[in-house]
Design a protein around this ligand. Structure first.
Ligand code: C2G
Length: 130
């Protein structure tokens, strides 16, 4: 029994999000997802996500490959989340490559290639130009 954890904002949910969650799930048999809060996003990027945290987490929670969802309140709490949710593997997209290597002492850390040609930022730009 292996428990996998991953983190993300999952704003304007798209196929790149779906792919990383499905691929993360394949690393174990219980997938836990930390969905970043609206406040965490504001403190990081100085803007709120388009979709509020309850909508973003509701979508993620309903996916077949996802077993458990919680709110990621702070980037500094990653070690605590990994320990508290008893994760054996941390999976992230490779835009984060190397960033979480410090957790290799408590779990396996895997970076997966991002799905090409899709991102929330690009979707916002496309919709703006319509
Ligand atoms: N992703 C992907 N392919 C894309 C877009 C995103 O594989 N085309 C992955 C990212 O690499 C990430 C996950 O989907 O692993 C969620 O992406 P975001 O919603 O952009 O999350 P982010 O803002 O990177 O939040 O503690 C870390 C943060 O909470 C991560």
């Amino acid at each position: 029994m292996s428990r996998v954890i991953t983190f993300g904002t999952f704003d304007i949910f798209h196929v790149g999000h779906l792919n990383i969650l499905k691929r993360s799930a394949a690393y174990g048999n219980h997938l836990i997802v930390g969905v970043s809060t609206d406040e965490l996003n504001f403190s990081k990027k100085n803007r709120y996500p388009i979709c509020p945290q309850h909508s973003r987490s509701a979508i993620v929670q309903e996916l077949k490959c996802v077993d458990e969802v919680f709110y990621e309140e702070s980037l500094e709490l990653k070690r605590e989340y990994i320990i508290n949710y008893r994760a054996d593997v941390l999976v992230m997209g490779d835009d984060w490559a190397g960033k979480f290597d410090e957790f290799k002492d408590i779990c396996e850390v895997v970076y997966l290639p991002r799905t090409p040609s899709i991102s929330t930022t690009e979707l916002i730009e496309i919709v703006k130009d319509y």
